[in-house]
Design a protein around this ligand. Structure first.
Ligand code: SAM
Length: 405
């Protein structure tokens, strides 16, 4: 199996639990930490974990003298006490006399609770901030001085302490490990490659995979480097956030074109002709052109407030076409490919991502098998709904097959 957008490595984990060899590709360090911890589920020593749990329960956080490696957008995310406790447990974990696997698991546990003990919540494109955070307090003070009303009050209610959240996460993970360890085990190999799938896939040998299950970023302007800012900063990736953002599949208005660098990469692999062929597939696709023209029209009519969306949409489908083409090349005949994606809407224009991507895939040689429509909890963005009316946006899984030669 292949998952070129592995995220928290669900595909790899399920493959492992079923004894299926798998390869994942992922850019973000937080996902690699997740996989490093998950991939050892068979090796965890439950006695050791129980001992650590007891130590954790009897621990008393104090000042460690270590500070949280904040970046601009995470500053003020914790109360002083919470921040002190996070850093206390960070050093506590590093000093424990435990196996490397257990230490990795503890690092993941700490990373996983950052959001719930903070004044922030992941919310689409951004982090939402509680009114108690220093950031909101300062903003409101400045507004007051200018005679403006305070920003709308957001209150996440009582927040758990670090130790309490850690214990809860610990228990939930222990229960998972017990369940997973009870499953029948078949030897298999999984690997999570750290890198950009646009650049990694062209380097992989042809006809290697029997199947692909993946969920790329959606074309919805959500920026993982913003929503995961706390975790990335905590893991020391603060200085790398800009490069990381630019590396991700283009799905924000801030993404710069990667086509030139990609062309050079293909050239360095002696595969320039392949690059040009793929580019031609997307640029000559009538449905893709229609989408771009429709958005252009909406922009000219003043229905859109950000011109960057036009470039984002164009880049998104262009980059995805490269992914599809490389999946085709690296798949064996008969391989099935499953993509999870959401349709999106800009300036009132619905972009049928599932049908457009399937059309692009067909032009690369895939055979379309099915589009499963998933139950959708969210509707349109409130902004789009208010202005253009409600229209259900599909969330789908598209299934394609590489035909037998
Ligand atoms: C929708 S999430 C995948 C979720 C995943 N199925 C899971 O189980 O968590 C998309 C992932 O793609 C990653 N990603 C985006 N662009 C990438 C790229 N060019 N190369 C590698 N990974 C990328 C993001 O960091 C994110 O983790």
């Amino acid at each position: 199996m292949l998952d070129p957008f592995s995220g928290s490595a669900t595909t790899l984990l399920v493959a492992k639990s079923l004894g299926i060899d798998a390869v994942g590709i992922e850019l973000m360090s937080v996902c690699h930490l997740t996989w490093d911890a998950k991939s050892h589920f068979q090796e965890y020593d439950l006695d050791e974990l129980s001992r650590v749990r007891e130590l954790l329960a009897s621990s008393r956080p104090a000042d460690s003298g270590v500070t949280f490696p904040h970046i601009r957008i995470t500053r003020g995310a914790f109360s002083p006490e919470t921040e002190r406790d996070i850093m206390f447990y960070t050093t506590w974990v590093e000093r424990l006399d435990v196996s490397p696997a257990t230490r990795t698991l503890l690092r993941l546990l700490l990373t996983s609770i950052l959001e719930e003990v903070s004044y922030t919540r992941k919310d689409g494109q951004y982090l939402r901030w509680d009114y108690r955070s220093a950031k909101v307090q300062e903003r409101n003070r400045a507004r007051l001085e200018q005679g403006r009303p305070p920003v709308k009050k957001v209150d996440f209610g009582p927040l758990p302490g670090v130790k309490q959240a850690l214990l809860r996460a610990f228990d939930s993970v222990m229960a998972d490990i017990r369940k997973l360890q009870a499953l029948p085990f078949r030897e298999s190999k999984q690997e999570l490659i750290r890198g950009n799938s646009l650049f990694v896939l062209p380097e992989l040998p042809a006809a290697r995979f029997d199947g692909v299950i993946t969920s790329p970023p959606y074309c919805n302007r959500y920026d993982y480097t913003r929503t995961y800012a706390l975790e990335l900063a905590y893991l020391g990736e603060g200085d790398n956030i800009f490069a990381l953002r630019q590396g991700l599949l283009s799905c924000t208005v801030e993404n710069r074109p990667k086509l030139q660098v990609l062309r050079e990469h293909y050239r360095s692999l002696g595969a320039e002709a392949r690059f040009e062929r793929i580019l031609e597939v997307v640029q000559n696709n009538p449905a893709f052109r229609e989408v771009n023209e429709a958005l252009q029209l909406r922009w000219q009519r003043g229905d859109m407030n950000n011109r960057g969306v036009l470039r984002m949409v164009e880049q998104y489908f262009t980059e995805l076409t490269f992914i599809f083409a490389e999946i085709y090349r690296t798949s064996k005949s008969g391989a099935r490919v499953a993509f999870v994606n959401d349709n999106v809407r800009y300036g009132g224009e619905v972009i049928p991502v599932d049908l457009l991507t399937t059309d692009l895939a067909v032009r690369l040689g895939f055979e379309p098998l099915k589009v499963y429509v998933l139950p959708q909890r969210k509707g349109n963005s409130s902004q789009q709904m208010g202005k253009f009316g409600r229209e259900a946006l599909r969330k789908s899984i598209t299934i394609w097959r590489k035909p037998h030669a």
